[in-house]
Design a protein around this ligand. Sequence first.
Ligand code: SAM
Length: 221
Amino acid sequence: MNQQLFEKVDEYISNLLAPEDIILQETIQSLDDASMPQISVTPTQGKFLQLMLLTSKAKRILELGTLGAYSTIWMARAIPSDGKIITVEFDPHHAHIASQNIAKAGFSEKIDLRIGKAMDILKELISNGEDAFDFIFIDADKPPYAEYFELALQLSHPGTLIICDNVIREGKVLDENTNDERVKGVQRFNKMLANNPKVTATIMQTVGAKEYDGMAIAIVN
Ligand code: SAM
């Protein structure tokens, strides 16, 4: 693999089609300033999420894994003014920085940041009878991806688009003998996805500024 070439081409595409404005640049900078990991989606992936939202005419979004709200801000920009995003983050430090970034981006009304474990908040949303979401982005810890997806299905309607990031992990999914819990989690998730009659799904491999990986894309039947 030619990672250098992938990075250059990713930069070429994002300069052309997904340029970051000052808000997005400052959001990325805030992660360094707060000693947080640089594991947000890339600008081209942010734009891809926007296109998926526009295609599905999504208004109600659920995101698991906020970090500094970089992906959340990309998504908030692609939904109508009466749209709503619930984004879930369990690390209070990440949530604090995210809420500052959300306020700077002018989305404190549109984005509802919930602090807690994704599993708990999913169950809470279900038991509170939360309305179905049009789009769900799963980008939190990998071991329980299959469980997150099953719970997310209970918060969906026919046509809901569900995207799950990091399901290829540099090709490590091919290793049946892996001891890596994150890889095991996505292996289990990918198998569940393949056998789930409630959705039509595929996985797109992703190369670019971040390591080689993949995004699962599913539509609820
Ligand atoms: N979606 C973000 C973006 O692209 O800008 C990146 C999210 S980052 C890959 C994953 C985030 O999920 C981290 O901030 C981490 O603290 C959070 N996380 C990990 N385990 C979690 C859990 N059980 N519940 C909620 N959030 C969790």
